[in-house]
Design a protein around this ligand. Structure first.
Ligand SMILES: Nc1nc2c(ncn2[C@@H]2O[C@H](COP(=O)(O)OP(=O)(O)OP(=O)(O)O)[C@@H](O)[C@H]2O)c(=O)[nH]1
Ligand SMILES: [Mg+2]
Length: 343
């Protein structure tokens, strides 16, 4: 009896989830199909899909014969990106049989942002708070990790998080000290919320972006496992049409192997290369491992012109820590090479 009731409760949700996923695969945005009834061209042609970007990496013959998975496995990621991932401890690094584990890691001096405090929530454009401090907005598909990242950046628990997509249902404004605002927005794409609510989120975010003069940059969060999806491309097209600067952050990097992460980074850089408003530095973070957060904090401080205040002492410490790390890396590489030669 209990099982039947449970199945009845879950079934409609699963169906709507299926439609959302299918729509994504076939290139139809659930947002567009729901709101307008007929299919519209959902995004501008300047954004390449992941498959298009993949197929551009090989010649026409191979592009026709090889599967997408094969093409992805054939990608040769940039060595420098992999080095950076290793340095920051990003990406899942299962060591192979002959790989040796490192006994050291980069001990980066932490950059600290003030704790955040919730000060306003807006469900309509009329309730946006007064513009007083520079703002950085966080957007992305539901469940991509926006609220978790806002918390982790400031070592706080002010933003509520959940495993179920659709918890954040309004634009939440947090103030970090008296220096900047971090703005956590509801997600687009599938969410466990009423249709009427989910459909109001994109227009709400759009009016926020169009109206807000204190908005310095929009951070678009992408799940590192999935890359750019159709809703993301639509959103980027919207930002391009309003001339808003945006930057991409790959989240949940702990769930992807470091080599695949480097490949994903490469593909996304290719896909967004033609956009004038996309800042070409793609950030990578893991809120779970707290990796990559320091770089993001520095970026935010620069965006809000707060570098002088927060990073004056940091540069010196950072230079010392980096020199130490590269020295250790050199010795490590030399001993690894010697071990390999002996084998
Ligand atoms: N493994 C892993 N899980 C993460 C990471 N960041 C967030 N999560 C998990 O992802 C889930 C969703 O996180 P939220 O921060 O609520 O996501 P959101 O984007 O705010 O979602 P909405 O409010 O629904 O739009 C939670 O269960 C988090 O614990 C990460 O870096 N690694
Ligand atoms: Mg949220």
């Amino acid at each position: 009896m209990a099982a039947t009731v449970l199945r009845r409760l879950i079934a409609p949700r699963c169906r709507s989830m299926q439609t959302a996923c299918c729509a994504d695969v076939h290139g139809l945005s659930p947002l567009h199909t729901k709101s307008s009834g007929q299919q519209q061209p959902p995004f501008e042609s300047k954004f390449r899909t992941t498959v298009e970007a993949l197929r551009e990496t090989v010649n026409a013959n191979e592009s026709e014969t090889l599967s997408n998975r094969k093409l992805f496995s054939r990608l040769r990621p940039d060595e420098k990106t992999i080095e950076k991932l290793d340095m920051l401890g990003l990406g899942n690094a299962k060591t192979g049989r002959f790989e040796r584990k490192r006994w050291f890691r980069y001990d980066e001096p932490p950059v600290k942002l003030p704790q955040i405090v919730f000060f306003a929530g807006a469900q309509t454009a009329a309730s946006f708070p007064h513009e007083s401090l520079p703002e950085v907005g966080f957007v992305g598909r539901s469940n991509v990790g926006k609220s978790t990242l806002v918390n982790q950046l400031c070592g706080s628990v002010a933003a509520r998080i959940s495993e179920r997509p659709g918890l954040t249902q309004q634009i939440n404004f947090y103030t970090a000290g008296s220096d900047l605002h971090l703005v956590d927005m509801p997600g687009y794409g599938f969410a466990y919320a009423k249709d009427a609510a989910t459909q109001s989120w994109v227009p709400l975010i759009e009016s926020y972006i169009r109206q807000r003069k204190s908005l310095r940059r929009v951070m678009i969060l992408l799940d590192a496992r999935h890359g750019i999806k159709i809703n993301d491309r639509e959103f980027m097209a919207l930002l391009d049409s309003t001339g808003t600067k945006y930057q991409i952050i790959l989240t949940k990097c702990d769930l992807v192997h470091r080599i695949d992460l480097a490949k994903q980074h490469m593909l996304i850089a290719q896909q967004t290369a033609r956009s004038q408003n996309c800042i070409p530095r793609i950030m990578m973070v893991s809120s779970r491992n707290r990796a990559g957060l320091n770089d993001l904090r520095k970026e935010i401080l620069h965006i809000c012109s707060l570098g002088q205040k927060y990073l004056a002492l940091h540069k010196k410490k950072e230079a010392i820590a980096q020199a130490e790390y590269f020295e250790q890396l050199k010795t490590f590489n030399e001993t690894s090479r010697a071990v390999r030669r002996r084998r």
